[in-house]
Design a protein around this ligand. Structure first.
Ligand code: IPM
Ligand code: MG
Length: 361
C-alpha cells in the first residue's frame, strides 16, 4: 500500500534533525522496497518568512492527505514579537486541531548507559520507562470563551478549561489500551480537589476502567504527580492527563532522563493519521551548528512506522538499532562530557550499518 509522508523541518535545529531522519527513512525505504511518497514543506517561522503565515494553506492541505507527518521543531527569538496568530507555535496548535490529533503519546525512557546524564540518582532512575498520554485538542488550550479584556476595570484575561464526556472517554481508551500493551498500570492525573472539570474527568475514567479489568487504575493530583515523578518515577507505567497538565508533566518526565535529545512523541487521530515530533523543540542556541542530537527525531520516525504506517518490523529495527548505537558508545554532544562526539550529520552514517546488520534483508 502506498503511504504518504510529509516532512516539516521548521525552525532552529528542526532542519538538521529531520535531515538525519530522512537519511534513515530513505535507507529503510530502499532496503524494504517500501511504497512511500515523501514530500517536504515549510512550517513555523520558516513558513512565515516565505508566506506571511506559520501554517500556510498548502502545508495544511498536504498534511491532511498524509499518513504520517514528521515535524522537526518551530519557534525562535526572531519571531517572538509577532502577533499571536502569526507566531510559529500556532502552526503546531493549528495542525493538532485541524487534523484532530487528540492523543499525544510521550514516552520517557532511560538507556541505563546514559544515567549519568540524569539529574536524578542512578538507583532511582535506572530502567525508567514511562508513557505519558496527553489529551491534545481540548481543555484549556482550546476552550472558549477566551480572551484579554483591556476595556474593563480592572483589565482582565480568561481561559476556559472544558472537557466533555466523549473527549475524556476517547483519550481514556487510548491510555487503557496502551497500559494493556505495557505493564497494565494506569495513573490518571488531574486536580479533582479543586476543579470541577477534574472531578468529572475522574468519574469518567473510573467508569471506563470497568472495560479494562486487567489494568490497575490509580488517581493522583497533578501537583503530587510532579513531585512523585522526581521522587519515585518508577512507580509509573502509563499516565493519562489533560492538555495542560500533560504538557507540564511531560516536560518533567523528559528532564528526568537528562537527555531530552532522545525522546520522541506521537500525536494521533481516530484514523491513525499521526504527527511525529521530537520533544526537544527548536533549541535556537545550537541551531545550524551540527551539534543537535537527531535520535529523538529518528525514534519519532520509528513511532510513525509503528502507529501510522503499521510497519512494526521497521519500527522495531530502528528502535533496536538506536539502542545498539548507544551501547556501542556512540555519543552526540548532549550525551557526553568528552570533547569528541558525533556531529548531527554523522549520526545517520553510523546508524545505517547497524540497521543493516539487524535487518534480515
Ligand atoms: C509541547 C509544547 C507546545 C504545547 C507549545 C510549543 C505550544 O510545549 O508540545 O509540549 O504547549 O503544547
Ligand atoms: Mg510542552
Amino acid at each position: 500500500m502506498n503511504n504518504k509522508i510529509l516532512i516539516l523541518p521548521g525552525d532552529g535545529i528542526g532542519p538538521e534533525v529531520t535531515s538525519s531522519a530522512m537519511e534513515i527513512l530513505r535507507f529503510v525505504k530502499d532496503l524494504y522496497s517500501l511504497d512511500l511518497d515523501i514530500e517536504i514543506h515549510d512550517v513555523g517561522g520558516a513558513a512565515y518568512d516565505k508566506t506571511g503565515y506559520p501554517l500556510p494553506d498548502k502545508t495544511l492541505e498536504i498534511a491532511r492527505k498524509s499518513d504520517a507527518i514528521l515535524f522537526g521543531a518551530v519557534g525562535g527569538p526572531e519571531w517572538e514579537d509577532l502577533d499571536w496568530d502569526k507566531r510559529p507555535e500556532q502552526a503546531l496548535l493549528g495542525l493538532r486541531k485541524e487534523l484532530g490529533l487528540f492523543a499525544n503519546l510521550r514516552p520517557a525512557f532511560l538507556f541505563n548507559e546514559l544515567s549519568s546524564a540524569s539529574p536524578i540518582k542512578e538507583e532511582i532512575i535506572n530502567d525508567l520507562d514511562i508513557l505519558i498520554v496527553r489529551e491534545l485538542t481540548g481543555g484549556i488550550y482550546f476552550g472558549e470563551p477566551r480572551g484579554i479584556d483591556t476595556s474593563s476595570n480592572p483589565p482582565h484575561a480568561f481561559n476556559t478549561m472544558i472537557y466533555d464526556e466523549k473527549e475524556i472517554e476517547r483519550i481514556g481508551r487510548v491510555a487503557f489500551e496502551s497500559a494493556q500493551k505495557r505493564n497494565k498500570k494506569l495513573c490518571s492525573v488531574e486536580k479533582a480537589n479543586v476543579l470541577e472539570v477534574s472531578k468529572f474527568w475522574r468519574e469518567i475514567i473510573t467508569n471506563l476502567s470497568k472495560d479494562y479489568p486487567d489494568v490497575e487504575l490509580t488517581h493522583q493530583l497533578a501537583d503530587n504527580t510532579a513531585m512523585q515523578l522526581v521522587l519515585d518515577p518508577n512507580q509509573f507505567d502509563v499516565i493519562v492527563s489533560s492538555n495542560l497538565f500533560g504538557d507540564i508533566l511531560s516536560d518533567i518526565a523528559a528532564t528526568l532522563t537528562g537527555s531530552i535529545g532522545m525522546l520522541p512523541s506521537a500525536s494521533l487521530n481516530t484514523s491513525s493519521q499521526g504527527m511525529y515530533e521530537p520533544c526537544h523543540g527548536s533549541a535556537p542556541d545550537i541551531a545550524g551548528k551540527n551539534l543537535a542530537n537527531p535520535l529523538a527525531m529518528i525514534l519519532s520516525l520509528a513511532m510513525a512506522f509503528r502507529y501510522s504506517l503499521e510497519n512494526h518490523q521497521v519500527a522495531n529495527i530502528i528502535e533496536e538499532s538506536v539502542k545498539e548505537f548507544i551501547s556501542r558508545g556512540f555519543r552526540t554532544k548532549d550525551l557526553t562530557e568528552d570533547t569528541s562526539f558525533l556531529e548531527t550529520g554523522e549520526v545517520a552514517s553510523e546508524l545505517i550499518p547497524i540497521i543493516k546488520e539487524k535487518s534480515d534483508v
